[in-house]
Design a protein around this ligand. Structure first.
Ligand code: ATP
Ligand code: MG
Length: 247
């Protein structure tokens, strides 16, 4: 990996790029994952590379949903395995939810590599090796689900999800939490709770909220996803207006 000085104005962003490139070199992330990451970066630029107030409200709703779930599962793709593996493992330990490897550009080898990567970092409950096409209405590899994992889950945490799988999971009666920087994506529109934030910031917030909530009683906030997505878009527009006026 290239060493980037912390003083660089784009330090965090460049570090994420390095992680994605390292993920590709390690056979964990697909090359197409680079493009998905770039789409995310573009939205993060508009957002101002920080957590919007409405994104934090969605993260609070997500924390409550995960803490009250009976069978929560965390879905892991090649990008998040490269960007935030330790944070996914921490979340999995906190809410006692398995991690399930689920990738679009599926090869058995890449699944094995992601599982090994997570286990090397300390994960003890990783599913996905035995996943079979079980999600109705999906014709590509992400139809795969593990019977002990996503197939049986009531709440699925899916950072960087595909819109069609998100819709199919909802049709199966599951509640879906997405993390996607694009508030217009089909994923954001279909999810039960859409966190429009960078996956790293979202996981830091989610883990902190869950740790704090564990010490007190969990209340499910009154949350309307469509209204919250509109609030996200309003906050982005407001930020761009301020930028434009040079304030
Ligand atoms: P749709 O949900 O409309 O089907 P898509 O599947 O076409 O969207 P992809 O191009 O597959 O979207 O990319 C996945 C999504 O992940 C993009 O919308 C992008 O904004 C988002 N994304 C990429 N990197 C990050 C990141 N680091 N944090 C959060 N979201 C990200
Ligand atoms: Mg997609």
């Amino acid at each position: 990996m290239v060493t980037i000085p912390e003083s660089h104005p784009r330090y965090k962003s460049l570090q994420k790029r390095e992680k994605i490139v390292a993920g590709i070199e390690a056979g964990i992330t697909s090359r197409q994952g680079l493009i998905a990451h770039g789409r995310g970066e573009a939205f993060d630029y508009l957002i101002g590379e920080r957590t919007l107030p409405a994104a934090l409200r969605a993260t609070e709703a997500a924390a409550a949903l995960l803490l009250t779930a009976e069978k929560p599962v965390i879905s892991v793709n090649g990008n998040v395995a490269a960007l935030v593996p330790e944070k996914l493992i921490a979340l999995s330990t906190l809410i006692l939810a398995p991690l399930e490897v689920n990738i679009f550009y599926w090869t058995e080898e890449r699944v094995q590599r992601i599982v090994a990567h997570l286990e090397r970092l300390g994960a003890t409950n990783v599913l996905g090796r035995d996943a079979e096409p079980r999600i109705p209405g999906i014709t590509h590899a992400r139809a795969r689900a593990d019977t002990a994992g996503i197939y049986a889950a009531d709440v699925v945490f899916t950072p960087l999800e595909d819109g069609d799988r998100c819709e199919a999971l909802i049709k199966m009666g599951k509640r879906v939490i997405s993390v996607d920087l694009n508030p217009f994506s089909r994923t954001s529109r279909y999810a039960t709770v859409s966190i429009v934030d960078d996956v790293e910031r979202a996981l830091d917030n989610l883990i902190a909220l869950i740790r704090a909530a564990k010490l007190s009683t969990v209340t499910t906030p009154d949350f309307d996803n469509q209204r919250n997505l509109s609030a996200v878009i309003d906050e982005i527009i407001e930020r761009l207006r301020v930028e434009e006026s040079g304030c």
